[in-house]
Ligand binder design. Structure first.
Ligand SMILES: Cc1cc2nc3c(=O)[nH]c(=O)nc-3n(C[C@H](O)[C@H](O)[C@H](O)COP(=O)(O)OP(=O)(O)OC[C@H]3O[C@@H](n4cnc5c(N)ncnc54)[C@H](O)[C@@H]3O)c2cc1C
Length: 396
């Protein structure tokens, strides 16, 4: 917990915007609002930034991640990535913390004939969309990354997919919220959202009826827990579920170090500037289970070894489990909920780090009555709820 975070006896009783959940999404929105002069509080049941957002690999990879039917995600993802330089520059000014964007690029590799046929399909799809991609032979791929296995048969070079140290980013965001005058209320659970006459008006916190924060607007940014917050009818809750991801951190050495993100068909290896090599990740429908399993570690290490055999020599530093917030269609919900003055910013699934700039700029715009970018329209919660109402903006 940061020294400046809110203590029990100084909880604000009333704010302009109350945000449930202090992951990358809640913190980014709180920062944007606070820097615009909006009185904002984030209520976080544990420590801010330590759930899915901490477990993530930090890849900013719309080109590698886009699926055949995901052109709207591609548009939003590319827009969000393009916002990152400004987002980070503003963040440095507000937090005093510089978080570098890692532009060393990404290689998607194939390891056998089947993989290569599939990789070719992925390449042609990206080519057709005129995305900046290049086909490499196995030998050309090894020229780029000499630690790649001799088994690597081909690769797609994606120089425009970046990555970031998501943990540094979370620390900077926490500082920026506080320095801009936002409030963080940690180790406090939101038990329910209080709705009166069809409007969300306050948060009921744990520890008794009297512990409430009234708010002009409320944002649910509680990751995979967004669908289990009390006070709302089941059919008004965001349809979000947890998808378990197990992920490992190895420690690179001076001799054994990757420079680019390497994505095999089954795992990725993301080298960080500080010498960590993040290997991820499983994708498991296990509800809220967060137990690390031997099988997952075995799978991740075997697959990483297949693509980059030298990982065998590296020290194993961390095993972590995170719960991705996935919606029914696996796309985020960003915007008005079916309840007046209640907003959802959740369901970011595998892309919450990538989509933090686009989400936070859009939510801040929406909450302060400014124009919201077009690219956000397909991600409105109304696709699940049929929202027809528009609420009034805050005046700041
Ligand atoms: C293994 C793994 C790898 C990933 N890799 C990437 C990647 O490379 N790139 C990328 O873009 N994305 C990645 N992701 C996805 C990304 O981590 C998520 O999309 C993102 O972190 C979601 O952020 P969030 O703020 O919505 O959720 P979270 O970070 O989970 O934060 C939600 C917060 O809400 C709090 N909360 C919940 N309920 C309550 C309550 N009732 N009261 C108060 N607080 C509450 C929680 O304690 C938590 O801190 C990865 C995820 C995983 C698990």
């Amino acid at each position: 917990m940061s020294q400046d975070t809110y203590v029990e006896n100084s909880l604000p009783s009333s704010v302009d915007v109350a945000i449930v959940g202090g992951g990358i999404i809640g913190l980014s929105i709180a920062w944007q609002l606070a820097r615009a002069g909006v009185k904002t509080v984030v209520v976080e049941k544990n420590t801010v930034g330590r759930a899915a957002s901490w477990a993530a690999a930090g890849m900013l990879a719309p080109l590698a991640e886009v699926g055949f039917e995901e052109l709207e995600f591609l548009k939003l993802g590319r827009e969000s990535l393009a916002m990152y330089p400004t987002f980070l520059a503003e963040l440095e000014v507000d937090s005093g913390v510089a978080v570098p964007l890692d532009r060393r690029g990404t290689l998607m590799v194939s390891l056998d004939r089947d993989d290569t046929a599939e990789l070719r399909r992925l390449f042609e799809f990206r080519k057709k969309l005129s995305l900046p991609v290049r086909w490499l032979s196995g030998a050309e791929a090894r020229d780029e990354e000499p630690l790649l296995s001799p088994k690597v048969a081909a690769a797609i070079d994606l120089p425009d997919d970046y990555q970031i140290d998501n943990r540094e980013l979370l620390v900077a965001l926490e500082q920026a919220v506080l320095k801009c005058g936002g409030k963080l209320c940690e180790h406090t659970s939101v038990e329910k959202i209080i709705v009166e006459s069809g409007r969300a008006v306050a948060l009921q916190l744990d520890g008794g009826e009297q512990r409430q924060i009234s708010a002009t607007k409320i944002v649910v940014a509680a990751g995979c827990w967004s669908s289990v917050i009390g006070g709302l009818a089941k059919d008004k809750l965001p349809p979000v579920r947890p998808v378990k991801g197990q992920i490992l951190t190895l420690r690179m050495t001076t001799d054994i170090a990757l420079t680019k993100v390497v994505r095999s068909p089954r795992v990725y290896l993301a080298p960080k500037f500080d010498g960590r090599l993040v290997v991820g990740a499983t994708s498991e429908e296990m509800g809220f289970d967060t137990a690390p399993t031997a099988g997952a570690q075995l799978f991740l290490l075997e697959e990483a070894f297949d693509a980059v055999p030298a990982v065998y020599e590296l020290a194993l530093e961390e095993m972590r489990v995170g719960l991705r917030p996935a919606s029914r269609d696996n796309e985020p919900l960003i915007g008005e909920s079916p309840i007046a003055q209640l907003y959802y910013a959740t369901g970011h699934y595998r892309h919450g780090i990538l989509l933090a700039p686009a989400t936070s700029y859009a939510m801040a715009a929406m909450l302060t009555g400014k124009k919201v970018p077009e690219a956000l329209a397909p991600f409105s919660p109304s696709r699940f709820f049929n929202v027809t109402r528009f609420s009034t903006a805050l005046t700041t």
